[in-house]
Design a binder for this molecule. Structure first.
Ligand SMILES: NC(=O)c1ccc[n+]([C@@H]2O[C@H](COP(=O)([O-])OP(=O)(O)OC[C@H]3O[C@@H](n4cnc5c(N)ncnc54)[C@H](OP(=O)(O)O)[C@@H]3O)[C@@H](O)[C@H]2O)c1
Length: 171
């Protein structure tokens, strides 16, 4: 079962500010929906708060240290490892998507086997960052460019990257 990070990141590493996304990229959202539908999505409690509801047709798993947190329509786990276990217990699900935010991406870095990376061609001020620098052990398998238009605020590029050095996963 692939564990895939999916993230949209500005050129300066910013992914959000004040617990919100910083761009409107309709084509990227469509891709996010297409890729994650019918699979498991794992997110930090703050990202869940920012979305505000479970995303339909996906197994939603929220990570929180709070022992008594219950969220209708979601499973709650107190570690990334437990969240992954919950996803793996659902035999219908073929891929696990780590959908953010900063803290959860950092936790997932050593476990992820795939990265869906949207590079947004802008520099913005923010308070949440994506710091993964996987490139020496990862290979880009596809890349597509999208142009700014009335429904996409900035030019962006969507990369699919896989981890090719298996030692890096085991160590
Ligand atoms: N551009 C993108 O692709 C993208 C995607 C997603 C999110 N974002 C942005 O990222 C920002 C949110 O990121 P964030 O880092 O502030 O929050 P986050 O990663 O979404 O959630 C952090 C929360 O997760 C829980 N948590 C973190 N580490 C944990 C651990 N080791 N064990 C158990 N629970 C743990 C804690 O919840 P409790 O406080 O409940 O204990 C913590 O407050 C927002 O601005 C959002 O818009 C951007």
């Amino acid at each position: 079962m692939d564990i895939s990070i999916i993230v949209a990141v500005a050129e300066n590493g910013v992914i959000g500010k004040d617990n919100q996304l910083l761009w409107r990229l309709s084509e990227d959202l469509k891709l996010f929906k297409k890729r994650t539908t019918n699979h498991a999505i794992i997110m930090g409690r703050k990202t869940y708060d920012s979305i505000g509801k479970p995303l339909p047709n996906r197994l939603n798993i929220v990570i929180s240290r709070s022992k008594d947190l219950e969220i209708e329509g979601c499973l709650v786990a107190d570690s990334l490892e437990k969240a992954i276990e919950l996803a793996q217990n659902d035999s219908d699900k073929e891929e696990i998507f780590i959908i953010g935010g900063e803290k959860i991406y950092t936790l997932a870095e050593s476990l992820a086997t795939k990265l869906y990376l949207t590079k947004v061609q802008v520099n913005l001020e923010g308070d949440a960052f994506f710091n993964l620098k996987p490139y020496e052990n990862w290979t880009t398998v596809s890349s597509e460019h999208y142009k700014k238009d009335e429904r996409n605020e900035y030019d962006f590029e969507v990369l699919e990257v896989i981890r090719t050095n298996m030692e890096a996963i085991r160590n």
